[in-house]
Write a protein that binds this ligand. Sequence first.
Ligand SMILES: Nc1nc2c(ncn2[C@@H]2O[C@H](COP(=O)(O)OP(=O)(O)OP(=O)(O)O)[C@@H](O)[C@H]2O)c(=O)[nH]1
Ligand SMILES: [Mg+2]
Length: 199
Amino acid sequence: MEMLIVAGFLGSGKTTLVLSAISRIIERTGKKVVIIVNDFGTVGIDGKVMEKYGLKVAEMASGCICCTLGGDLLTTIQDIEDNIKPDLIVIEPTGLADPSAIVDAMQHYPGKPLERIRSAVIIDAARFPSIYKALNRPLTNQVKNADLVLINKIDAVTPDALSMVEAELRTMNADVPMIAVSALNDTNIDEAVDVMVAS
Ligand SMILES: Nc1nc2c(ncn2[C@@H]2O[C@H](COP(=O)(O)OP(=O)(O)OP(=O)(O)O)[C@@H](O)[C@H]2O)c(=O)[nH]1
Ligand SMILES: [Mg+2]
């Protein structure tokens, strides 16, 4: 079993991205996928959507995965492993969760050790200037520890603004793959999936 953590601040487009990427991931890899989200946010994921994609959704009712670290998350994952036996678990934590906290928590996972844990961090290009100011530290931590950075909502910013975002993010992590996408318009999602499923 592998894990993909899709992190990013509130409203950055995590759910939209997961929904647009997931059918491609399944098509590309033939994997059995489970998604864990801890709230459905502004984008409705209902049973019908899930059925269409052949997916199962486990919702963590009790708030932030990052705050309830340990017990809840590990139990949920163990439950999923025992009952569904997926090849891949996709986790969408709440906004402030640092993916590395989930990676750390998984050190204590009592089930079979995961083959791989990867994290993609979604950055909201449209709100980047204000997030950069107000949440610089958690933002920097997320970007530093990411395996993939997706700059989202490029449909909503000018090319100049996008270049500025890219330049700032590069100072936080010089080597990470960085892809500018629009989850809403399905722009560059194939490229993002390439990195997500790369072996
Ligand atoms: N313009 C634009 N809007 C987007 C894009 N991706 C997502 N959105 C919008 O941004 C809002 C938040 O998207 P979500 O996918 O719910 O974001 P989220 O990160 O899952 O949000 P939370 O789970 O509430 O933190 C919605 O209104 C989306 O339609 C994009 O690429 N471009
Ligand atoms: Mg969401």
